[in-house]
Each structure stands twice: as C-alpha cells, then as structure tokens.
Design a protein around this ligand. Structure first.
Ligand SMILES: *Cc1c(COP(=O)(O)O)cnc(C)c1O
Length: 391
C-alpha cells in the first residue's frame, strides 16, 4: 500500500489524483498504541515490535514508531532490506534482522547498526568475513525444524561464535528461539521448546558467551505463558490486533472500505460474474465494489464473504474478480454514493480479518498482509503518549 496523509489535500504529485477517492485502507495507530501498551503491561521483559512484511500490511515505519512510543524498545524484521528501509526512514531504535541468505548485504546492515541472527556456522563465517564487528543473536531451533540451528549443531555454533568474538569478529548479544504451536496454550511442544531454549542458553554460557538478550516468545506465548518471556518478547500480530491464542481482546487497526462504483436493478434470474456462480432467486439490487483479489480479498472467500452496507451485513455474490466484487444490496437502499466496509475491527458489525480468514480458510495474518499495493493507506495518528495518551 502507498501511504498518504490523513488529509486528502496533501496527496500531491502531478500524476496522482488531487483528492483521495476510491477504496482506502485506514490504519488506526491508536489501536496499535493500545495493543502495545496492553502487551507491555503483561510482561517485565523488553518488547520487540516485529514489523516485517510492511508491518503486517499496516506500514512498517508507522507501526514501528507507534510501538516504540508505547512501550516497545526493539524492532524486528526478517531481511536486511527491511531493516535498512527502517533506517532510511530515520528510525534508530535497536533493530534485529533474522532471516537472510548467505548472500545478504551484511556489511550494510552492520554499518547501519542492525543486529543479525545467526542460524548456522555458514552464516557465522559469512558475517565474520564480510561484516566484522556484527552484533549477533544466535538462533536455536526450538521446535519448528525451520529457521535456527539444529540442536546437534548448537554447541559447535556456540564455540565458533565464542572464538569469533574473541577475535573481535562478532559480538554475541543474544540467543533466540521460536515456538511452533503457541496458538494452543498448554501444547506439549511449548514445554519442550522452553526446555530446549534453557538448554541452549546454558550451552552458550558454558562456551563463555554472555548473551544479554534471550528471546523465545511471540504474541501468543507472551499472552499465555510467562515462562517463555525471558529478557525480551517478539510481538508482531498482537500489535495489529491479532491474538493467535484467542485469549485476549486486542484492537483491530485496519479498516478497508470502498465507495460503490455503481448500482443496478437485478431481476430474478440474473446471473452474476465469471462462471455465473450465483443467480438471483428474487429481484434485488446489486452494488459494484472496486476491490478484488489483486487488492487482497481472497478469491477463496467467493460465495461466503460479506461486507457492511448502511450498518447491515450483505453478501458478496458471484466470484470475487481481480479488481471487483458484487454485493447483493437487497433492500438496504444503498446507492452509488454509499461506502461499504469490507473489513475492520468489527466494532460496528463489519467483517474482521478473522471473518475473512474463516471464509477463505486461511489465517488473519495472511488476510492483512495480503491487502494490496494499489490501495491508498490513510493513517490516523496515535495520541502523543505524553499528552494524556490513549482514549
Ligand atoms: C513473525 C515472527 C514473530 C512475531 O510473531 P507473532 O505471532 O506475529 O507475534 C516472532 N518471531 C519470529 C521469528 C517471527 O518470524
């Protein structure tokens, strides 16, 4: 999404429309502020705000600044490119990048003051050779068999890191892990992950390392299991109102809405859209919504999804197309000047990211990160934390 200021008059540039019209994604940073504060109040550990994937589709820099103002002290992203983009935006908070191939631009990361996760001996070698002086967080696989060093290789990695630190090539400041099934509080794998992490830290210490930052928990573990907190928790989904554990009411931060492009009368028997997947059984009125799967509405939600029109839920009918979808307006009386809410926090009855995820058999994470590049983003600022704070 391209970010624009809340004031449409400030949309400038010769080729841009002078007034903001059409669909828009409204990001409410007050919600991000409230979520950050709620989570920070649940732990004595530091909070790393995870702003990967353009801040879960909400805007990485906006999410980062808001979280930092409301209790986060660190930022986390996957790639060096994401980290450098935040630095270019003028954000100088402690920042960790944890997912990079051996060909990543580690030198620029180190020059930009970006900490790097080290999941393997190869990564340690690449850093020692190409980016001496790197601050690193050794990454242990604590149960996903995905990212992070295999426990069988952990001792060798710790020893090599201690040697590299002795030679002045790296500074080991952290140890990190990640848990596989935290959306199910009490899952056996969380205990196993905790034990493996404690073992990993002990091994690092026996190798002479003193990792100051020890971090294992993401949003769900932070909200359900204090034993996972250690010195820092990494919060992504929770910042934008998604609690994978389903235990805590957080505030949705994104609202996607669009004005109807047109409205037509549809007699009984009218077949709608590609494949004629829906046919009106009684006469109705159909509204055209200028958003489709290229804008992040999952095609798989076709036939199930709803939107909010004049305060009531109405079904999208027929297949969701690339750029448009059709809503059965029924007797709402809505016309082409009405705006429909496609997705939002749910406070006024509009569908949530969780609803869209349910309709398309995916995760709310995929819904919010999929919202498209061509929808202008309107940012509602958070109140200043020093001037009375949150509403
Ligand atoms: C995305 C991610 C997080 C954040 O997880 P949430 O469930 O979104 O809070 C934390 N750690 C790692 C390694 C991640 O990839």
């Amino acid at each position: 999404m391209s970010a624009v200021a809340a004031d449409p008059a400030s949309v400038t540039g010769q080729l841009r429309p002078r007034v903001l019209t059409g669909p828009r994604a409204v990001v409410d940073l007050a919600a991000v502020a409230a979520n950050t504060r709620l989570i920070a109040d649940r732990t004595s550990a530091e909070v790393m705000a995870v702003v990967k994937a353009d801040g879960f589709g909400h805007g990485a820099a906006d999410l980062a600044r808001t979280a930092l103002a409301y209790g986060a002290t660190w930022l986390g992203v996957t790639s060096v490119a994401e980290a450098c983009a935040l630095r270019e935006d003028g954000i100088d908070a402690p920042l960790l990048s944890w997912l990079n191939g051996l060909d990543a631009d580690f030198a620029t990361a180190v020059a930009s003051g970006v900490d790097l996760a080290v999941p393997s001996l190869e990564h340690l070698q690449a850093l020692s050779g190409g980016a001496p002086g790197a601050r690193v967080h050794l990454h242990l696989d604590t149960g996903l068999a995905r990212d992070g060093a295999d426990p069988h290789e952990w001792a060798a990695l710790c020893l090599a890191a201690a040697r590299a630190q002795h030679q002045g090539l790296v500074i080991v400041v952290g140890v990190m892990g990640h848990l596989p099934c935290v959306e199910h509080p009490g899952h056996w794998s969380t205990r196993l992950g905790r034990e493996r992490f404690a073992w990993g830290v002990a091994v690092a210490r026996r190798c002479g390392l003193r990792p100051r930052h020890r971090h294992l928990a993401s949003t769900a573990a932070t909200l359900t299991d204090p034993r996972t907190h250690h010195t820092m928790v990494r919060i992504g989904a929770g910042l934008v109102g998604i609690d994978p554990s389903g235990t805590t009411a957080l505030a949705g931060a994104l609202t996607l809405n669009a004005p109807l492009v047109s409205v037509r009368e549809a007699p009984a028997g009218t077949a709608v859209g590609y494949g004629h997947a829906w046919t009106a059984s009684v006469g109705t009125r159909l509204g055209l919504v200028p958003l489709g799967y290229a804008d992040g509405l999952p095609w798989a939600a076709s036939g199930r999804a709803e939107v909010l029109v004049r305060g009531v839920r109405r079904p999208l009918v027929g297949r969701i197309s690339m750029d448009q979808a059709v809503v059965d307006l029924g007797d709402t009386g809505a016309g082409p000047r009405d705006t429909v809410t496609v997705l939002g926090p749910g406070d006024d009855g509009e569908p949530t990211a969780a609803d869209w995820a349910h309709w398309s058999r995916t995760l709310p994470h995929e819904v919010v990160t999929g919202l498209g590049a061509r929808t202008p983003r309107v940012v509602l600022p958070a109140p200043s934390p020093h001037l009375g704070g949150l509403r």
